[in-house]
Design a binder for this molecule. Structure first.
Ligand code: GLA
Length: 514
């Protein structure tokens, strides 16, 4: 794994893309987490229903959806317009059953507790498409690398519920590499036969019961993800799916997985030195067809670092999201650059097809260069808010990858602002556009389905800066409501422009509506 990572890093370095660091992962000084107030206000005790407004699912397949809802429990749920094939558990807000026939189903979700009530619409779209809004969840990689176990996955699912992350929409609990056997590994419990005599893949001893694991995750109303490679080996040197693609995909479905990350890795050896566009697509075309033929909804996540301009064809191979570059763990000092680069290919984003600039790595994360034990990120808090704002404006998958057992106040405050997440989950599926940029500051705008605009005012500089945006730049006129969405505060009706001080390496995020 290290070899591949170093290789990706070298390519980036050779391309001259590594600028001077604004903080260091190698020698974390005392983290500057107290350099700004916590922005997201505490949730109210009365219910607030969150989650997407549209949800794609395939007819006849198993259905599972946990209504994300903040507020003091117990909460009593009701859903108007629920098709007969689906059943709501009124206490947990978990909907199960079989996806009904092709069509659109307009649901009204209601939630009630002793403090109040809330109502929210949800359109189920039973058809071909999944991930009509960017997937949200957690992936083990940047916390646990090759130390991941079944127990850690279960704990992550527990924490996703307990911490309130699931109440704002986080849903997938995803295993990355290293769940299979390898021929050689420093951990003897991860060494063993790769497959049985029928060719079935064998999980390593840290994963004694895959079906038990997904059942555990599903019982909480959450979904489970898994990882493999089209090559003979994964990036970590574990068994890949090569020549067993269909068998493995069926196995993943039988185990109950809902998400597959498919990592190029050793497939490079098969593809040869000069890879054509067709060559880049080949393994993904194959797996895309297989997954689509299964009787289970499995979100297909390509991980091939953007080769062959994957954003131009990812949707055609039935993928739902695709990594646009190398491992972000090696570039955490460059999140602004990575986001700006992703904004340039924003036109390829649409419901069910998402550019993926890689995971949200804040809180306790392990240094990617040494696959380290999690430490508190040295990234300034202001930059962490900017990171989450950028991913929301870009409509990027919101997959947190840090240690769930060590979620601190700041990390949760950044991950769990429902108004910021709502920008990410907007049903229009637009990627933010950069409408203004100078050396240090830039403004990104995302058009939302209800006609309003989310605007991020960013400052990459080392000291606070004034950043402004005029209505003329946004193509709007007249008095508009301006709301600071991190602080969830209305700033009043404003006629022509918004000017604000943006913290060093930070963001101010507003929503402008009629
Ligand atoms: C590659 C991927 C990472 C992770 C590792 C696992 O480097 O880009 O996201 O999945 O492989 O080995």
């Amino acid at each position: 794994m290290k070899k591949i990572h170093l290789f990706v890093f070298l390519i980036i370095a050779i391309a001259g893309l590594v600028p001077s660091q604004s903080f260091s992962m190698e020698s974390p000084e005392k983290p500057i987490t107290g350099d700004q107030e916590l922005l997201t206000p505490k949730p109210l005790q009365s219910p607030r229903i969150n989650g997407p407004l549209v949800y794609g699912c395939r007819p006849g397949h198993p259905f599972l959806y946990r209504i994300p809802c903040q507020g003091e429990r117990p909460i009593q749920f009701e859903v108007k317009g629920l098709p007969n094939e689906l059943l709501l558990d009124m206490k947990s807000g978990i909907i199960t059953g079989k996806t009904p026939a092709k069509g659109e189903y307009d649901l009204i979700i209601q939630a009630k507790n002793s403090k109040g009530k809330d109502e929210r619409k949800l359109k189920l779209v039973a058809g071909d498409k999944l991930s009509l809004t960017p997937p949200m969840g957690w992936n083990h990689w940047y916390a646990h690398y090759d130390r991941i176990t079944d127990q850690m996955m279960r704990e992550a699912a527990d924490v996703m519920i307990k911490s309130g992350m699931a109440d704002v929409g986080y849903q997938y609990v995803n295993i990355d590499d290293c769940w299979m056997n390898a021929q050689k590994n420093s951990d003897p419990l991860r060494v063993g036969p790769l497959r049985d005599d029928k060719g079935n893949i064998i999980p390593n001893k840290h994963f004694p019961d895959m079906k038990g694991l997904t059942d555990y995750i599903h019982d909480k109303g959450l979904k489970a993800g898994i990882y493999t490679s089209p090559g003979p080996r994964t990036c970590g040197g574990f068994a890949g799916a090569w020549q067993h693609e269909e068998q493995d995909a069926k196995q993943f479905a039988n185990w109950g997985f809902d998400f597959l990350k498919y990592d190029w890795c050793s497939y490079g050896e098969l593809a040869g030195k000069k890879v054509t566009l067709e060559g880049y697509q080949k393994p993904y075309v194959k797996m895309g067809k297989i997954l689509k033929g299964l009787d289970r909804d499995i979100v297909f996540n390509l991980c091939q670092y953007g080769m062959g301009d994957v954003w131009k064809w990812g949707g055609e191979v039935d993928a739902h999201c695709w990594r646009t570059g190398g491992d972000l763990g090696f570039e955490l000092d460059r999140i602004f650059d990575v986001a700006l680069k992703n904004a340039q290919i924003g036109q390829y984003n649409k419901p069910g097809e998402w550019n993926d600039p890689d995971y949200i790595q804040i809180g306790w994360i392990g240094n990617a260069n040494k696959m380290g034990i999690p430490e508190l990120t040295p990234m300034p808090a202001s930059m962490q808010y900017a990171y989450m704002s950028l991913w929301s404006l870009l409509a990027a998958p919101l997959i947190y990858s840090g240690d769930m057992s060590k979620l601190d106040k700041l990390t949760l405050n950044i991950l769990c602002n429902p108004e910021v997440i709502e920008v990410n989950q907007d049903p229009l599926g637009k990627c933010g556009e950069v409408i203004q940029r100078n050396k240090e500051c830039f403004v990104m705008i995302k058009n939302l389905a209800d006609g309003s605009k989310a605007v991020g005012l960013f400052n990459r500089g080392k000291s606070p800066a004034d950043v402004s945006v005029t209505w003329a730049e946004l193509g709007i006129t007249g008095g508009k409501n301006v709301r600071d969405i991190w602080r969830q505060k209305n700033l009043g009706v404003i006629d022509d422009k918004h000017i604000t001080v943006v913290p060093a390496q930070g963001v101010v995020m507003i929503k402008i509506s009629k």
